[in-house]
Design a protein around this ligand. Structure first.
Ligand SMILES: *Cc1c(COP(=O)(O)O)cnc(C)c1O
Length: 372
């Protein structure tokens, strides 16, 4: 049995009737941008996040970058980011001209450690960007407490956390703004690129609407210099179908994670993910940690189990940041994680048999390591 890392075709096939009908409705409407599907999706997603405003944009990267721009963050400013994250968190900051300032994660949760943030705050710091990595919510109260002490914005990167809960409340409210990605492989995925910002602040939402569409509210009246970052009607119509299933599909991910967590215990060389006391995660990824990752990955591959690494190189070690002082920085926790993490197959369409196959293959490989 071959176990794919994630089966996007199965996700489409389960909803084929509804998705095809939604796509046909948009095609027949003759209206493809800035129309009723976007408006309806924005209202539905804001309500899903228990928040007031949603501004749909072309990608998660746009959602992050435009939010920083809307807050007037740019050259000369600093934004605090985790040292361990997908690089798009950092590049969104860099795209504004501001400087990402990395803070190391907690070694147990792999999430930005709020206790280390204050030491990174300077006179130029404007915002903190916590990332709910792998679908695990950051300890937001602790982050907001630091932000409030220093008058900083909190812009959440929730690209991997649609529907996850922090202290019982869905991610997407309670901070300055929350950015989501609808990249196809995310928990709420479009059939292409997409993103959104959710906020309670009407002025921030208004500014985001200007920034996403040539700086204009009314056709040919351009209030600020801005380019084009719109989501289209087709993607919005598809996202409305999938939003209605998000909780159910997240529950299925939870069931897979529960089995991994109970059936993969007891191997000395394997560290399983830890769920923090405040956290109800949505398991975008199920990430193991092991000192001999390459061997485990090769054995799983030989057993027909596809795995991925999120992420193999810490952002400060990538060529993208080689010409900045960050490249010489020491972020040992991020570097260790980059060397040791391995993501098992995870998704709402992973069958019980496939989970069994993964558990057996990991058990066989980890057992071999223990016997060595
Ligand atoms: C996917 C992702 C992004 C970027 O979203 P895109 O829609 O691909 O631009 C940003 N941050 C994190 C943590 C992500 O996983």
């Amino acid at each position: 049995m071959r176990v794919p890392f994630l089966d996007l075709r199965a996700a489409y096939l389960e909803l084929q009737g509804e998705i095809d009908a939604a796509v046909a409705r948009v095609l027949a409407s003759g209206w493809y941008l800035a129309g009723p599907e976007i408006e309806a999706f924005e209202a539905e997603f804001a309500s899903y996040c228990d928040n007031r405003h949603c501004v749909a944009v072309a990608s998660g990267s746009d959602a992050l970058e435009l939010t920083l721009r809307a807050l007037d963050i740019g050259p000369g400013d600093e934004v605090i980011v985790p040292s361990h994250t997908f690089i798009a968190t950092w590049t969104a900051v860099s795209a504004t001209g501001a400087r990402p300032v990395p803070v190391e994660p907690d070694e147990v949760t792999y999430l930005i450690d709020p206790a280390r943030i204050e030491a990174a705050v300077t006179g130029r710091t404007r915002a903190i960007m916590p990332v709910h990595l792998y679908g695990q919510p950051v300890d937001l109260e602790a982050v907001v407490a630091v932000a409030d002490r220093h008058g900083l914005a909190v812009v959440e990167d929730a690209a991997q956390a649609h529907g996850s809960r922090y202290r019982g409340r869905r991610i997407g409210s309670g901070t300055t703004a929350t950015a989501f990605s609808f990249y196809p492989g995310k928990n709420l995925g479009a059939l292409g690129d997409g993103g959104a910002v959710v906020t309670a602040d009407p002025e921030l939402a208004d500014r985001l609407r200007l920034l996403r569409s040539y700086g204009s509210r009314v056709k040919y009246r351009h209030e600020i210099r801005a380019t084009n970052h719109r989501l289209d009607e087709l993607q919005a119509a598809v996202l409305r179908v999938k939003l209605a299933r998000l909780d159910e599909w997240n529950d299925r991910r939870r069931q897979v994670a529960d089995r991994y967590l109970t059936e993969l215990t007891g191997f000395a060389d394997l560290t399983l993910p830890t769920v923090a006391a405040w956290s109800d995660p949505v398991w975008h990824l199920f990430v193991l940690r092991t000192p001999d990752r390459q061997q485990l990955q090769e054995r799983l591959s030989a057993a027909g189990v596809d795995t991925l690494i999120h992420y193999p190189v810490a952002p400060h070690r990538t060529p993208a940041y080689a010409d900045t002082p960050l490249a010489a920085g020491a972020y040992p926790i991020a570097e260790r994680l980059a060397d040791q993490v391995l993501s098992l197959p995870m998704g709402p369409h992973l069958s019980a048999e496939a989970v069994t196959a993964v558990v057996r293959a990991v058990g066989a490989s980890a057992g071999l390591a223990a016997a060595r």
